[in-house]
Design a protein around this ligand. Structure first.
Ligand SMILES: NC(=O)c1ccc[n+]([C@@H]2O[C@H](COP(=O)([O-])OP(=O)(O)OC[C@H]3O[C@@H](n4cnc5c(N)ncnc54)[C@H](O)[C@@H]3O)[C@@H](O)[C@H]2O)c1
Length: 252
């Protein structure tokens, strides 16, 4: 088991990629804490992990709120005394496909707030704990759109910001034995898309997208979870400042 004795916080752990990561980390022996707004989702992921003999708990947090993020980390300090791993996954595109001449200031604020600002604040809190214990693994959630994406302006800017922030953080936290890396997945087959688009449209989109990926399929949540596991494990002790594209070779 690669994470025995480690305490890991996974924000967005009730979602498609986050829940796969939570399950995967628990199977590898981590004590998993999920931070999310989806309380029913948190309950069911934690129950599933516990049924399999794992250790999981959750904390309600809206990552758009600095106060709620601070409360989450205060609770971790109090209940667990340490935090070895942060995987900051919570996020999503709140303003997809708005043409560039119709973008609004409030939509920009929302997308940067949910994705970039929340990541920066979670990393700040994690760094405070990890510097003190002189150990940490931080994994942030960018996206392949960090390279730029047609029709995803504020989301691409947020994910690009996360990539730049991740690399910047690396330079400061390395001397405290903290690694910081970002995940940059291309399209991932998560339930939320199926729900929003309907099964038929989603499956047609999956088939069409797969033709553009050298591996001829899009990612499953577990593909991303396994990459997060590697970066969070001691096998990746000398890897920091990387933006790991989990893309099946797309857009090479
Ligand atoms: N699915 C993809 O194709 C894809 C590709 C690249 C990157 N990503 C990124 O991966 C992450 C996870 O996305 P997913 O595909 O699993 O979608 P998802 O919607 O299943 O997961 C997102 C999770 O974040 C939580 N969340 C949303 N707003 C929150 C808030 N304000 N506070 C706390 N939690 C909140 C949701 O409840 C959910 O559990 C996101 O950051 C997304 O941008 C996804």
């Amino acid at each position: 088991m690669r994470l025995t004795g480690k305490t890991a916080l996974i924000t967005g752990g009730a979602g498609g990629i986050g829940s796969a990561t939570a399950r995967c980390f628990a199977e590898e022996g981590a004590r998993v804490i999920i931070g999310d707004i989806d309380t029913a989702g948190c309950d069911s992921v934690c129950a599933e992990i516990r049924e399999q003999g794992g250790d999981a708990s959750w904390f309600f947090v809206d990552v758009k709120s600095e106060e709620q993020i601070a409360a989450l980390f205060a609770s971790i300090r109090e209940r667990h005394e340490r935090l070895d791993i942060l995987v900051a996954i919570a996020g999503g595109d709140l303003d997809p496909f708005t043409p560039p001449d119709e973008i609004t200031g409030s939509a920009i604020d929302s997308n940067l707030g949910l994705n970039l600002r929340s990541c920066m604040l979670c990393c700040r809190e994690a760094a405070r704990i990890m510097k003190h214990q002189r150990y940490g693994r931080i994994v942030t959630m960018s996206s392949l759109v960090y390279r730029g994406a047609q029709g995803q302006f504020s989301y691409a800017a947020a994910k690009g910001g996360i990539a730049a922030f991740t690399r910047s953080l690396t330079m400061t936290l390395g001397s405290s034995n903290i690694t910081v890396n970002a995940l940059a997945p291309a399209l991932v087959d998560v339930p939320v898309f199926r729900k929003v688009l309907g099964r038929e449209r989603w499956e047609a989109l999956l088939r069409e997208s797969a033709t553009r990926y050298p591996l001829n399929r899009v990612a499953q949540p577990l593909d991303v979870a396994k990459a997060a596991l590697f970066l969070a494990s001691d096998e990746a002790a000398f890897i920091t400042g990387q933006i790991l594209e989990i893309s099946g070779g797309a857009r090479l």
